[in-house]
Design a protein around this ligand. Structure first.
Ligand SMILES: [Zn+2]
Length: 266
Protein backbone atom coordinates (compact mmCIF):
# COMPACT_ATOMS: atom_id res chain seq x y z
CA UNK A 1 0.00 0.00 0.00
CA UNK A 2 1.29 3.45 -0.88
CA UNK A 3 -0.03 6.59 0.80
CA UNK A 4 -0.21 10.05 -0.74
CA UNK A 5 -1.45 13.25 0.86
CA UNK A 6 -2.31 16.54 -0.74
CA UNK A 7 -0.16 19.43 0.50
CA UNK A 8 -3.44 21.25 0.95
CA UNK A 9 -4.67 18.62 3.45
CA UNK A 10 -1.39 18.89 5.38
CA UNK A 11 -1.74 22.68 5.49
CA UNK A 12 -5.32 22.37 6.79
CA UNK A 13 -4.15 20.20 9.71
CA UNK A 14 -1.25 22.53 10.49
CA UNK A 15 -3.49 25.59 10.39
CA UNK A 16 -6.01 23.94 12.71
CA UNK A 17 -3.24 22.95 15.20
CA UNK A 18 -1.86 26.49 15.28
CA UNK A 19 -5.38 27.80 15.91
CA UNK A 20 -5.71 25.49 18.96
CA UNK A 21 -2.19 25.45 20.47
CA UNK A 22 -3.28 24.48 24.00
CA UNK A 23 -6.10 22.04 23.39
CA UNK A 24 -6.58 18.83 21.46
CA UNK A 25 -8.19 19.18 18.08
CA UNK A 26 -8.64 17.11 14.96
CA UNK A 27 -10.98 16.25 12.15
CA UNK A 28 -11.67 13.80 9.38
CA UNK A 29 -9.57 12.73 6.41
CA UNK A 30 -11.16 12.28 3.03
CA UNK A 31 -9.87 10.92 -0.25
CA UNK A 32 -9.94 7.96 -2.58
CA UNK A 33 -8.20 4.70 -3.32
CA UNK A 34 -6.65 3.74 -6.62
CA UNK A 35 -6.56 -0.04 -6.52
CA UNK A 36 -4.48 -2.03 -8.98
CA UNK A 37 -4.53 -5.80 -9.50
CA UNK A 38 -1.47 -6.44 -7.36
CA UNK A 39 -2.38 -5.31 -3.84
CA UNK A 40 1.12 -3.90 -3.25
CA UNK A 41 0.42 -1.26 -5.84
CA UNK A 42 -2.78 -0.05 -4.19
CA UNK A 43 -2.77 3.65 -3.45
CA UNK A 44 -4.56 5.60 -0.77
CA UNK A 45 -4.78 9.26 -1.64
CA UNK A 46 -5.80 11.77 1.04
CA UNK A 47 -7.23 14.88 -0.58
CA UNK A 48 -8.75 16.81 2.33
CA UNK A 49 -8.47 17.19 6.11
CA UNK A 50 -11.23 18.98 8.01
CA UNK A 51 -11.24 20.80 11.33
CA UNK A 52 -13.40 19.58 14.24
CA UNK A 53 -16.49 21.68 13.38
CA UNK A 54 -18.03 24.73 15.08
CA UNK A 55 -19.90 22.76 17.78
CA UNK A 56 -16.92 20.64 18.85
CA UNK A 57 -15.56 20.84 22.38
CA UNK A 58 -11.97 20.43 23.51
CA UNK A 59 -9.68 20.39 26.52
CA UNK A 60 -5.92 19.86 26.86
CA UNK A 61 -6.23 16.09 26.60
CA UNK A 62 -9.53 15.45 24.90
CA UNK A 63 -11.79 16.59 22.09
CA UNK A 64 -15.28 15.77 20.88
CA UNK A 65 -16.02 16.14 17.18
CA UNK A 66 -19.07 17.94 15.81
CA UNK A 67 -20.43 14.83 14.05
CA UNK A 68 -23.37 16.42 12.12
CA UNK A 69 -20.98 19.07 10.79
CA UNK A 70 -18.43 16.46 9.71
CA UNK A 71 -21.23 14.53 8.00
CA UNK A 72 -22.05 17.64 5.94
CA UNK A 73 -18.35 18.03 5.02
CA UNK A 74 -18.34 14.41 3.80
CA UNK A 75 -21.53 14.84 1.78
CA UNK A 76 -20.29 17.99 0.11
CA UNK A 77 -16.89 16.51 -0.78
CA UNK A 78 -18.51 13.37 -2.15
CA UNK A 79 -20.76 15.44 -4.42
CA UNK A 80 -17.92 17.67 -5.57
CA UNK A 81 -15.10 15.18 -6.03
CA UNK A 82 -16.45 11.63 -5.40
CA UNK A 83 -14.10 11.29 -2.41
CA UNK A 84 -14.89 9.33 0.75
CA UNK A 85 -14.07 9.01 4.40
CA UNK A 86 -10.63 7.50 5.10
CA UNK A 87 -10.01 8.17 8.78
CA UNK A 88 -9.47 10.76 11.49
CA UNK A 89 -6.53 12.88 12.51
CA UNK A 90 -6.02 14.48 15.90
CA UNK A 91 -3.51 16.37 17.95
CA UNK A 92 -1.88 14.96 21.06
CA UNK A 93 -0.43 16.89 23.98
CA UNK A 94 3.36 16.97 24.38
CA UNK A 95 5.32 14.66 22.13
CA UNK A 96 3.02 11.64 22.19
CA UNK A 97 3.24 10.98 18.48
CA UNK A 98 1.46 7.62 18.23
CA UNK A 99 -2.21 6.58 18.59
CA UNK A 100 -3.21 5.68 22.17
CA UNK A 101 -4.86 2.37 23.07
CA UNK A 102 -8.15 4.32 23.27
CA UNK A 103 -7.57 5.60 19.71
CA UNK A 104 -6.96 2.01 18.53
CA UNK A 105 -10.09 0.65 20.19
CA UNK A 106 -12.35 3.40 18.86
CA UNK A 107 -10.92 2.94 15.33
CA UNK A 108 -11.47 -0.85 15.58
CA UNK A 109 -15.04 -0.27 16.72
CA UNK A 110 -15.61 1.86 13.64
CA UNK A 111 -14.04 -0.75 11.32
CA UNK A 112 -15.88 -3.67 12.91
CA UNK A 113 -19.15 -1.73 12.94
CA UNK A 114 -18.98 -2.13 9.16
CA UNK A 115 -20.71 1.14 8.26
CA UNK A 116 -17.53 2.73 6.88
CA UNK A 117 -16.65 -0.26 4.65
CA UNK A 118 -12.93 0.03 5.39
CA UNK A 119 -10.36 -2.51 6.63
CA UNK A 120 -8.11 0.20 8.02
CA UNK A 121 -8.40 3.81 9.11
CA UNK A 122 -5.76 6.41 8.36
CA UNK A 123 -5.03 7.90 11.79
CA UNK A 124 -2.25 10.49 11.80
CA UNK A 125 -1.28 12.17 15.07
CA UNK A 126 -0.21 15.82 15.21
CA UNK A 127 2.14 17.20 17.84
CA UNK A 128 3.29 20.75 18.43
CA UNK A 129 6.69 21.79 19.64
CA UNK A 130 7.45 25.52 20.17
CA UNK A 131 4.82 26.46 17.60
CA UNK A 132 6.03 23.92 15.03
CA UNK A 133 3.48 21.31 13.94
CA UNK A 134 4.56 17.77 13.14
CA UNK A 135 2.23 15.19 11.64
CA UNK A 136 3.00 11.51 12.24
CA UNK A 137 1.19 9.21 9.78
CA UNK A 138 -0.29 5.96 11.13
CA UNK A 139 -2.93 3.49 10.09
CA UNK A 140 -5.00 1.33 12.43
CA UNK A 141 -5.91 -2.18 11.29
CA UNK A 142 -6.23 -5.64 12.85
CA UNK A 143 -6.28 -4.17 16.35
CA UNK A 144 -3.03 -2.23 16.19
CA UNK A 145 -1.56 1.08 15.05
CA UNK A 146 1.23 0.98 12.47
CA UNK A 147 3.46 3.89 11.51
CA UNK A 148 3.43 4.44 7.72
CA UNK A 149 5.08 6.93 5.42
CA UNK A 150 3.28 9.07 2.90
CA UNK A 151 4.30 11.24 0.02
CA UNK A 152 3.00 14.80 0.08
CA UNK A 153 1.97 16.01 -3.37
CA UNK A 154 0.64 19.37 -4.68
CA UNK A 155 -3.19 19.24 -4.77
CA UNK A 156 -3.32 19.43 -8.58
CA UNK A 157 -0.77 16.62 -9.05
CA UNK A 158 -2.39 13.82 -7.03
CA UNK A 159 -2.27 10.34 -8.64
CA UNK A 160 -5.50 9.69 -10.62
CA UNK A 161 -6.69 12.99 -9.18
CA UNK A 162 -8.78 14.43 -12.00
CA UNK A 163 -11.96 14.68 -9.96
CA UNK A 164 -10.40 17.13 -7.46
CA UNK A 165 -10.42 19.72 -10.26
CA UNK A 166 -14.23 19.61 -10.54
CA UNK A 167 -15.72 22.99 -9.61
CA UNK A 168 -18.16 23.34 -6.70
CA UNK A 169 -20.51 25.57 -8.71
CA UNK A 170 -21.02 22.81 -11.28
CA UNK A 171 -22.74 20.52 -8.76
CA UNK A 172 -26.24 20.69 -7.31
CA UNK A 173 -24.93 21.26 -3.76
CA UNK A 174 -22.60 23.96 -5.06
CA UNK A 175 -25.40 25.72 -6.94
CA UNK A 176 -27.51 25.75 -3.77
CA UNK A 177 -24.59 27.24 -1.90
CA UNK A 178 -24.16 29.86 -4.64
CA UNK A 179 -27.82 30.87 -4.25
CA UNK A 180 -27.34 31.23 -0.48
CA UNK A 181 -24.23 33.33 -1.02
CA UNK A 182 -26.02 35.69 -3.44
CA UNK A 183 -29.01 36.00 -1.08
CA UNK A 184 -26.66 36.90 1.78
CA UNK A 185 -24.88 39.55 -0.32
CA UNK A 186 -28.28 41.02 -1.10
CA UNK A 187 -29.40 40.91 2.55
CA UNK A 188 -26.23 42.79 3.52
CA UNK A 189 -26.78 45.25 0.67
CA UNK A 190 -23.42 44.41 -0.92
CA UNK A 191 -23.06 44.85 -4.66
CA UNK A 192 -21.16 41.95 -6.17
CA UNK A 193 -20.05 40.77 -9.60
CA UNK A 194 -19.19 37.11 -10.25
CA UNK A 195 -16.42 36.38 -12.74
CA UNK A 196 -15.18 33.03 -13.97
CA UNK A 197 -11.41 32.53 -14.24
CA UNK A 198 -9.77 30.60 -17.10
CA UNK A 199 -9.35 27.65 -14.72
CA UNK A 200 -13.10 27.59 -13.96
CA UNK A 201 -12.78 29.18 -10.48
CA UNK A 202 -15.35 31.77 -9.46
CA UNK A 203 -14.17 35.16 -8.18
CA UNK A 204 -16.54 37.51 -6.41
CA UNK A 205 -15.81 41.23 -6.83
CA UNK A 206 -17.60 43.01 -4.00
CA UNK A 207 -17.99 46.79 -3.76
CA UNK A 208 -16.93 48.44 -0.53
CA UNK A 209 -18.97 51.26 0.95
CA UNK A 210 -16.01 53.23 2.22
CA UNK A 211 -14.02 53.37 -1.01
CA UNK A 212 -15.54 53.21 -4.50
CA UNK A 213 -12.13 52.74 -6.18
CA UNK A 214 -11.42 49.50 -4.29
CA UNK A 215 -13.07 46.08 -4.46
CA UNK A 216 -12.81 43.07 -2.22
CA UNK A 217 -12.01 40.09 -4.45
CA UNK A 218 -12.85 36.64 -3.09
CA UNK A 219 -11.46 33.70 -5.04
CA UNK A 220 -13.26 30.43 -4.35
CA UNK A 221 -11.29 27.23 -4.90
CA UNK A 222 -12.77 24.16 -6.62
CA UNK A 223 -13.89 22.74 -3.25
CA UNK A 224 -15.44 25.94 -1.83
CA UNK A 225 -16.66 26.27 0.96
CA UNK A 226 -14.55 23.39 2.33
CA UNK A 227 -11.48 25.59 1.80
CA UNK A 228 -11.87 29.29 2.70
CA UNK A 229 -11.74 31.81 -0.15
CA UNK A 230 -8.56 33.75 -0.86
CA UNK A 231 -9.34 37.40 -0.18
CA UNK A 232 -7.57 40.46 -1.55
CA UNK A 233 -8.29 44.17 -1.84
CA UNK A 234 -8.13 45.28 -5.45
CA UNK A 235 -7.19 48.87 -6.08
CA UNK A 236 -8.84 49.79 -9.41
CA UNK A 237 -6.63 52.75 -10.42
CA UNK A 238 -3.30 50.95 -9.84
CA UNK A 239 -4.38 47.34 -10.47
CA UNK A 240 -2.63 46.27 -7.24
CA UNK A 241 -3.84 43.44 -4.99
CA UNK A 242 -3.30 43.43 -1.25
CA UNK A 243 -4.06 40.16 0.63
CA UNK A 244 -6.64 40.40 3.41
CA UNK A 245 -7.04 38.31 6.55
CA UNK A 246 -10.01 38.40 8.91
CA UNK A 247 -11.78 36.36 11.54
CA UNK A 248 -14.11 34.53 9.14
CA UNK A 249 -11.07 33.47 7.09
CA UNK A 250 -8.75 32.32 9.90
CA UNK A 251 -11.52 30.42 11.72
CA UNK A 252 -13.32 29.34 8.56
CA UNK A 253 -16.00 26.65 8.58
CA UNK A 254 -19.03 25.89 6.40
CA UNK A 255 -21.30 28.22 8.40
CA UNK A 256 -19.48 31.37 7.24
CA UNK A 257 -20.54 33.16 4.04
CA UNK A 258 -18.59 35.33 1.60
CA UNK A 259 -20.70 38.32 2.68
CA UNK A 260 -19.38 37.79 6.26
CA UNK A 261 -15.84 38.33 4.95
CA UNK A 262 -16.97 41.63 3.37
CA UNK A 263 -18.76 42.74 6.56
CA UNK A 264 -15.75 41.85 8.75
CA UNK A 265 -13.52 43.91 6.50
CA UNK A 266 -15.71 47.05 6.38
ZN1 LIG B 1 -5.31 10.17 20.64
Amino acid sequence: MKYYISEKALESMERECRRSPNTETGGILVGYRADQDASDDSKVIITHASGPGPESSASATHFVKDTPYLQSVLELLFQYHQVNYLGVWHKHPGDMSWPSSGDVSSAMQEIEGGTVGLQELVTPIATMNSGRVEIHPHVIRDGSALPVSWESVPHDQLPDGRSVANQWHETEAGLNRLKEEMAEFEAQDIEVEVRRGDDGTYRFHASLDDNPTRKLVLLCHADYPITPPDAALYDCPSGDYEPVDSEPLSGWDLTWRLADVCVARV
